[in-house]
Design a protein around this ligand. Sequence first.
Ligand SMILES: Nc1nc2c(c(=O)[nH]1)N(C=O)[C@@H](CNc1ccc(C(=O)N[C@@H](CCC(=O)O)C(=O)O)cc1)CN2
Ligand SMILES: Nc1ncnc2c1ncn2[C@@H]1O[C@H](COP(=O)(O)OP(=O)(O)OP(=O)(O)O)[C@@H](O)[C@H]1O
Length: 210
Amino acid sequence: MNEAVAQKHYLRTRIKHERLTLTKPFMERAALALLGHASQATLIEDHDSIAFYLPTRGEISCLPMIEYALKLGKKCYVPKIYPNKKRGMWFLPYTGKESVKEGAFGILEPTAPISKAVRPSELDIIFMPLVAFDPKGNRLGMGGGYYDTVLANIPKHEQPKLIGLAYNLQQVRDIPQEKWDIQMDAVITPSHYRVFERKSKTSINPAPNH
Ligand SMILES: Nc1nc2c(c(=O)[nH]1)N(C=O)[C@@H](CNc1ccc(C(=O)N[C@@H](CCC(=O)O)C(=O)O)cc1)CN2
Ligand SMILES: Nc1ncnc2c1ncn2[C@@H]1O[C@H](COP(=O)(O)OP(=O)(O)OP(=O)(O)O)[C@@H](O)[C@H]1O
């Protein structure tokens, strides 16, 4: 295991564990605080096609945000991962609790047919789950490489806005980066909406060196 991989593994284990110690009332207040920051920054109001996720394993919930987006008539999508071992996922419509059922890894996934999947480049904004983030906007996910893979396939000029959602305890000093890791545009925590300095998008799909 190289050093970056070992460090990521350590951070993932530590933070996933810490997140599971949060109480239900704390988690519910935190989810409402996210909605407050998102709406103050008009992140839902200003976009039409919006990707969310359905929380698992102590992740901060974006359900209040989804409910709000649905009320505003926004097109909402959540991930469904490819059933084979290949890294990859679709974003399928979420229209309410009755539109999903438990899928891979015990995560709720839409029951809509794959033909209803949105092209990722048509998404205006993606609210991303994460395990840890750092002050540069680097993201550490669950380790499947799903978001990195989807985003690597979107042309640079069509990249949706990428906003991570996290508890404050998920901020760490530094996340070691591997060449495919994507940087986020901003993170919302219960205490802040934090926009990161302009990233160099070339890091998503580095041009060949010749
Ligand atoms: N809520 C939510 N939905 C999501 C993601 C996410 O991070 N959060 N994903 C973002 O990519 C995808 C699912 N990715 C996942 C990747 C790994 C594990 C997981 O539990 N892994 C095991 C260890 C590996 C294994 O069992 O093979 C574990 O953590 O115990 C779960 C989901 C799509 N949907
Ligand atoms: N664009 C890519 N090209 C090649 N391999 C990739 C790419 N993206 C991810 N991977 C592979 O996926 C594995 C997991 O990546 P990483 O640890 O960055 O996942 P993650 O961002 O934490 O997970 P997720 O996005 O699913 O939440 C890596 O070890 C790597 O092998």
